[in-house]
Design a protein around this ligand. Structure first.
Ligand code: ADP
Length: 349
């Protein structure tokens, strides 16, 4: 192998740039030239009509300075048409035109599906788990998760300071569409008293009862941490009916949201005020933590080492705190296990 490529795909996550830098340094060490592919799998499709705008040689000197930066230097995007076999064949033709013989894909489970398909078409590909959600079961941590949790911890602490000062509860929404790990870990790390996640069925009344019980025990500054996907696991609740009956302006058919949950809890628990804060992209655009930076460094190096030995169709991850690799298909078959003990602890102490 003389030339490999690297791309970032799906949602951005802190540590993607550190992984690109590690891939570049390792490629130089293994005497491989490196192509940076822009905008995820879109770059392989040469949408800019000039292949060199989509795939360009990555200059080691440039990427040496990006490791500590948030975001991804290569840009990232979704590429829906990559699910079509004929589109992927075009991608492989373009890779061959550029002399790219192996690829490192930094992304989540969707990106891994694409990587597996490229392997089937003869392009050895290695996946690095770049996603803040921590929703890939084969690895103890995904790249960016630790940074996202630290970002939430810092924001939740700030919100708790105001909750404490004003003796009022707060609802804080964090990311995680199908996986409540960010919510769970950041709630446990900040002393939040209530957490709701997509993995566990819950109801507004249950949360209100818990909040009332905490208030009765003298805690009127409770933090309710909500994973963004937790609305899917919520028992149905008539938001419009409840709020209009209590004199709050609302639209017929309005669905639940963090601000609405805060309003409902305020009414159900007789609080003067309860505010919601949605942390959103602040969790993704952070400088990578030491943990994520060093994970990226090891993952990038291992990915290139595997390709330089002619090994593809693998993903790298962390097991017992150490970097390892396994076949993509096996990794995607692993089933996640949710930390129910921690969930119960947060919601019951
Ligand atoms: P993530 O990688 O973070 O899970 P997505 O699920 O959006 O993000 O997937 C990122 C990209 O991976 C998609 O836009 C598409 O280009 C590619 N992809 C996803 N699923 C498949 C699939 N089944 N076959 C081929 N490519 C896929």
């Amino acid at each position: 192998m003389r030339r490999i490529g690297v791309l970032t795909s799906g949602g951005d996550s802190p540590g993607m740039n550190a992984a690109i830098m590690a891939v570049a340094r390792s490629a130089a060490y293994h005497e491989l030239s490196l192509i940076g592919v822009k905008h995820g799998y879109n770059g392989l499709l040469c949408k800019s009509h000039n292949i060199h705008d989509d795939m360009a040689e990555l200059d080691l000197d440039t990427v040496l300075d990006i490791a500590d930066q948030p975001g991804t230097y290569l840009r990232t995007a979704r590429c829906v048409e990559f699910k079509q076999p004929e589109v992927r064949e075009r991608a492989v033709e373009n890779l061959r035109k550029m002399g790219v013989e192996g690829l490192v894909v930094i992304g989540g489970d969707g990106s891994y599906q694409g990587a597996m398909r490229l392997c089937e078409l003869g392009i050895p590909t290695i996946g690095i788990p770049g996603t803040i959600d921590n929703d890939l079961a084969y690895t103890e941590m995904t790249l960016g998760y630790d940074t996202a949790v630290n970002s939430c911890v810092s924001d939740i602490r700030a919100i708790r300071a105001t909750s404490r000062s004003h003796d009022r509860p707060a609802v804080i929404e964090v990311m995680g569409r199908h996986c409540g790990d960010i919510a769970l870990k950041s709630a446990a790390s900040t002393g939040a008293e209530i957490v709701v996640v997509p993995e566990v069925r819950w109801s507004i009344d249950q949360v209100a009862d818990r909040l009332n019980a905490l208030i009765a025990r003298g805690n009127n500054r409770v933090s309710v941490v909500v994973a963004e996907g937790a609305w899917e696991s919520m028992e149905p609740f008539d938001v419009y009916g409840f709020l209009t009956a209590n004199g709050v302006q609302c639209y017929p058919g309005e669905v639940i949201s963090s601000p609405r949950l805060a309003s409902i809890l305020k009414l159900k628990c007789g609080m003067v005020e309860a505010r919601a804060t949605i942390l959103g992209y602040t969790q993704r655009g952070q400088h990578p933590s030491a943990y994520d930076s060093s994970f990226a460094f090891e993952a990038g190096n291992l990915a290139v080492k595997l390709l330089s030995n002619g090994i593809g169709n693998q993903v790298v991850g962390i097991k017992d705190g150490r970097i390892f690799y396994m076949p993509i298909a096996d990794a995607l078959r692993c089933k996640r296990s949710f930390n129910m003990e921690l969930y119960n602890l947060i919601n019951s102490l």
